[in-house]
Design a protein around this ligand. Structure first.
Ligand code: SAM
Length: 385
């Protein structure tokens, strides 16, 4: 699978992963010639720890093929976001796959989603967003650093993703995401030194209306009071009516003794009901996630989120545990003696202990440490904020 779809044969201009060992990979562009420091076009020879490769010879090779280097060999692979994260040119600190998997899951991005991201940085996370939202979705990514924007744009275009992403150079804390994105985003992601300053702008960018219907069954708890104290719910509006009906139905199921339609809902009511949208849509407006390297930053984000109407604020830390899998000799317990009474002879007799070989899995004594906190929240629709 390349960035845009599977491919059989390497074509000129393709981005190719040269895989030497699990810890030694490079991404290269399959071109015959490159420009040297004197601005002359010369044959493209790529140097690796296992010797040199004439890159032009890759053109026409099948993806997955083993290619000869002067002192060894390598495999040529199709790029994907995971391999790109491991090989991309670092212009900033980047996010890695364990955190990214949780970000995609929590933001519920899917084909068709409109995602707003800042900062673009080295574009590591952007590639995963693009895989998740293409072909119908769009990524709007912002960075205030000019060169990082230029490089990211070049890479997205080279990877065939240019149509699905817009890179803008802007200080999002000062200037926000722009009026053209007001009420458009399904998800906002922040990886910034002062993300709390971008939260009011994120609240503006997130869509105002619920997309899809609220279903009548769900797997997830949601606090209903912000929705219901929602006498603010506009019962006249067809969309509001459907929504109100579903919420009331669910609340009644949760607490049948209260007449929620009487308009006398105590303002401090807090009921927990399950809400799920049909077709995978939970009837929310939009989600936000902010990556913070330290807890103080994450606390500032939580405060700003609460201040700007976000609900269900959660803080997560992704810690990766590697299972150690090995074969072990495990002693077999002899339990036959439990069935019969022990005689004095049995007491003296020592039965040899049998052992069997098992493949076992255990957690390591030490663990890869902290990367950062993911602060996640949801913004209810405009009428229920
Ligand atoms: C840690 S990097 C983001 C890395 C990115 N998530 C990735 O995986 O490659 C943070 C980026 O935010 C940008 N940045 C910092 N403050 C900003 C602001 N106020 N507005 C826009 N971009 C900002 C920086 O220039 C930097 O490129």
């Amino acid at each position: 699978m390349s960035f845009v779809g599977p491919k059989e044969v390497i074509e000129e201009g393709d981005t190719v992963v040269l895989y030497l060992t699990p810890a030694m990979m490079h991404t290269i562009e399959a071109v015959r010639q490159i420009r040297n420091k004197k601005n002359e076009m010369i044959e493209y020879v790529f140097q690796t720890s296992f010797g040199a490769l004439k890159v032009g010879e890759l053109i026409g090779e099948r993806y997955g093929a083993r290619v000869q280097l002067t002192k060894g060999w390598a495999h040529v692979l199709q790029p994907n976001p995971e391999l790109w994260t491991q090989t991309l040119p670092h212009r900033t600190q980047i996010l890695y796959t364990p955190d990214i998997s949780m970000i995609l899951y929590q933001l519920e991005v899917r084909p068709g989603s409109i995602v707003v991201e800042s900062g673009t940085g080295s574009g590591s996370l952007s590639h995963y967003f693009l895989r998740a939202i293409r072909p119908s979705g769009h990524l709007h990514t912002f960075d205030f650093h000019e060169e990082r924007c230029v490089k990211a744009r070049e890479e997205f275009t080279a990877h065939g993703l240019g149509d699905s992403v817009t890179v803008r150079q802007r200080d999002v804390c000062e200037q926000g995401f722009g009026p053209e994105l007001d009420g458009k985003a399904d998800a906002v992601f922040l990886d910034l030194p002062a993300p709390q300053l971008a939260i009011p702008h994120a609240a503006k960018a997130i869509r105002d209306e619920v997309t899809g219907d609220i279903g009548d069954y769900s797997r997830r708890f949601s606090r209903v009071s912000p929705w219901l104290s929602a006498k603010r719910l506009d019962y006249g509006d067809p969309r509001g009516e459907g929504l109100a009906a579903s919420v009331v139905y669910l609340v009644k199921k949760a607490n049948p003794s209260i007449d929620y339609l009487s308009q006398s809902i105590p303002s401090d009511s807090e009921f927990h009901v399950l809400i799920e949208g049909t077709g995978g849509n939970r009837g929310q407006c939009g989600r936000i996630c902010s990556f913070s390297p330290c807890i103080e930053q994450s606390m500032r984000v939580c405060e700003a989120l609460a201040e700007h109407g976000f609900i269900e604020v959660q803080n997560l830390e992704v810690l990766q545990i590697e299972d150690i899998v090995r074969t072990r000799n495990v002693p077999v317990m002899e339990l036959e003696f439990l069935k019969t009474k022990k005689t004095s002879e049995d007491k003296d007799a020592k039965t040899p202990r049998e052992s069997k070989k098992y493949i076992t899995s255990s957690a390591p004594n030490t663990m890869a440490g902290h990367t950062g906190y993911l602060t996640i929240a949801e913004l209810p629709p405009l009428f229920a904020r």
